[in-house]
Ligand binder design. Sequence first.
Ligand SMILES: [Zn+2]
Length: 94
Amino acid sequence: MWPFRTSSVVCLACGTELSQSMAREYDKYGDRWDRANKTFEHLCKGCHSDLCPQPRGELEKLLGELEAGNPSQAEFLSRYVATVDDRYGPLEES
Ligand SMILES: [Zn+2]
């Protein structure tokens, strides 16, 4: 199906691995055009559409809380999933 191996990324919210071309970039700073010294996080299509309707300020605040204490990526992800699940209800499996 895919003639070339594409680099894959992991969805920030649900941990699904998907090809980068299928992922939605999520920049927690809200500025996707300034790429200097940044790493983008990624969301799968399902989580992206789940999250976007949420008030953005709230999501930023949430991410700020989750980053307190500089957790490892794995820890951050599990905190994120647990917190979103807690506040917004379970993410839909797609
Ligand atoms: Zn996802």
